[in-house]
Design a protein around this ligand. Structure first.
Ligand code: GLY
Length: 561
């Protein structure tokens, strides 16, 4: 028992060490925003102070992140928005990219071999960007400001420039060689002599400023049905790409039915397919319901981790087989059926890591269907809550900026299963449900989530980090609502992640060695990583105040008024 108490102390100490280094929780009565960049958080607060609501604020933040955090998200990418409006209604807006009309199932296969780089870098890597259309719809239907008024301040930052952080300069350095292959990207992100910009230097993006201003002036048709689409299409045609102006013209954001499940006393509202996030956050929580997680954690933190990781593993085995764009694949609603998740939960052996050979078989799977990234959390006193996860996929997406546009194009085609069993950039494998097809949306892990108790929002959470998005969102919910940690400590606590394939338990390096050793005794192959993603969250405090937290692992800003 003493050894176990030692493990608990070590777990708490690791959380505290993270907190001390980076603490930045904020509390405010009327508005709260958490993002990974101070300029984005400030843009959101300005939009809200000037008559906007949380929806306007979150979109202002997203547009600003496209300028100051453009390696993660931007107009060249996609997003999911989960919105709770002041009247208690929920809306899920799908701005996920779509595969071009000329995409084919085997477009990344030559002579029977997967060409894994083609879906990641260059002209074949991009789907039609959806973020702008989704932001427009969100603001028009649920905001109080004009999209143009949210675009202009971001254009100003693009033109005046901003000082590069350590995070930005590291990401730039790690992708500089690939960015250098494309004239448009080279001209923006590398100096004339070919070196990337460094921390502390100012990055100006004049073309991006022009693009933002042109959209503000002429509307989103300028992007989807005008000069932007034509310029991208011309470049693609010259460089072996298949994206056409018609692909842009055909793009539309999709309103989806939010995924609502029960977890203990809470209602979990998540994003449905083509996000896998909502389904698997719900599945993991449902599998864990039979365990007293707080007691388990207090008695033996390693066993708490083991049991939770086993639930993650079972969920990810289902993800690899069943999940895809519901417009193309039959994603069974039975995946979140209570009896099914309870049966899955019975496969969890509290004492031993289970070898999960294959996915499960949910009920009615034949006929009933559902139809690297950044996260923004925003809420206001009127009761509007917004969770936006936006992405161009991996760092600087496809690495392509079509000259003159300033917009980094996504490499979201890599989120498809380019060939059965061939892992993507995140090591994820997929099956027929997520094969490439024209006009199809690649499966995503983005998990914007809002949690209610007695119909009132108590928490919103979401994350960046590929498949680790799902496990981060789940852990933040468990840590805060089950273990009773403060929101900050819930986000700061050392994380762990299991995605079934590869069969390994990833733990953050802050996790105590003794806990890792005990996890090996349970039969896990444990692998340390320096950091498992970036989470932003907002919760309601005891006195009804809004408490916001950005992930202490990276710089960011949380503020309110
Ligand atoms: N591009 C990462 C995801 O959507 O899951």
């Amino acid at each position: 028992m003493n050894a176990v108490r030692g493990l608990l102390a070590a777990w708490i100490a690791a959380s505290a060490a993270t907190s001390l280094a980076w603490a930045n929780p904020a509390e405010a009565p009327r508005a709260m925003v958490a993002t990974v960049h101070p300029l984005a958080t400030e843009a959101a607060l300005n939009a809200m102070r000037e008559g906007g609501n949380a929806i306007d604020g979150a979109v202002a933040a997203a547009l600003t992140l496209g300028v100051v955090d453009g390696f993660n998200s931007g107009l060249g990418g996609g997003c999911f928005l989960l919105i709770r409006t002041a009247d208690g209604q929920f809306y899920a807006i799908d701005g996920r990219e779509t595969a071009p009309a000329a995409a084919t199932r085997d477009m990344y296969v030559r002579d029977g071999k997967p060409q894994t780089e083609w879906s990641k870098t260059g002209p074949l890597a991009s789907g039609v960007p959806g973020a702008l259309a989704a932001y427009e719809l969100a603001v028009k239907e649920h905001g109080q400001r004009d999209l143009a008024d949210l675009l202009r301040p971001a254009a100003e930052i693009a033109e005046q420039g901003f000082v590069l952080s350590n995070v930005y300069s590291q990401r730039l350095a790690s992708t500089a060689a690939k960015l250098a292959q494309f004239e448009g990207s080279r001209a923006i992100f590398l100096k004339p002599e070919g070196q990337p910009y460094h921390e502390g230097e100012t990055l100006r993006q004049a073309d991006l400023a022009k693009t933002y201003r042109a959209i503000a002036e002429h509307g989103t048709n300028w992007f989807y049905r005008g000069p932007f689409a034509q310029q991208v299409a011309a470049w693609m045609a010259e460089h072996g790409g298949i994206l056409t102006a018609k692909d842009f013209a055909d793009y539309h954001p999709v309103r989806r039915e939010p995924l609502v499940t029960q977890y203990r006393d809470y209602t979990i509202v998540g994003f449905p397919p083509p996000s896998s996030g909502g389904v698997h956050v719900a599945q993991i929580l449902a599998m864990l319901e039979r365990f007293d997680l707080k007691q388990l954690h207090e008695e033996d933190p390693a066993q708490f981790i083991h049991v939770t990781a086993e639930a993650m593993k079972l969920a990810f085995a289902d993800r690899a087989f069943w999940l895809g764009d519901p417009g193309f694949a039959r994603v069974p609603r039975g995946l979140i059926d209570r009896q099914y998740t309870q049966a899955l939960s019975q496969k969890i052996d509290p004492a031993r890591a289970n070898r999960v050979k294959r996915h499960g078989t949910p009920p009615n799977h034949a006929d009933e269907v559902f139809r690297h990234t950044t996260h923004i959390a925003a809420a206001d006193a009127q009761g509007n809550w917004v969770a936006i996860t936006a992405t161009i996929n991996t760092t600087f997406g496809s690495k392509v900026v079509v000259p003159g546009t300033g917009v980094v194009l996504n490499n979201e085609m890599d989120d498809f299963a380019i060939m059965p069993g061939v892992p993507n950039a995140f090591g994820l494998v997929g099956a027929e449900a997520n094969a490439v097809a024209p006009g199809k949306r690649p499966l995503s892990s983005m998990s914007p989530t809002i949690v209610l108790r007695d119909k009132q929002p108590v928490m919103t959470v979401g994350a960046a980090g590929g498949p680790k998005i799902i496990t981060q969102a789940t852990l933040a919910i468990i840590n805060h609502l089950d273990l009773g940690l403060s929101l900050h400590d819930a986000v700061a606590a050392p994380r762990f992640h299991h995605q079934w394939s590869p069969d390994e338990l990833v733990v953050e390096h802050t996790m105590d060695e003794a806990i890792q050793a005990r996890l090996r005794e349970f039969g896990h192959t444990v692998r340390e990583e320096s950091s498992a993603g970036v989470t932003q969250a907002i919760a309601v405090g005891q006195a009804g105040e809004l408490i916001g937290v950005h992930d202490p692992r990276v710089p960011g800003k949380t503020a309110g008024f």
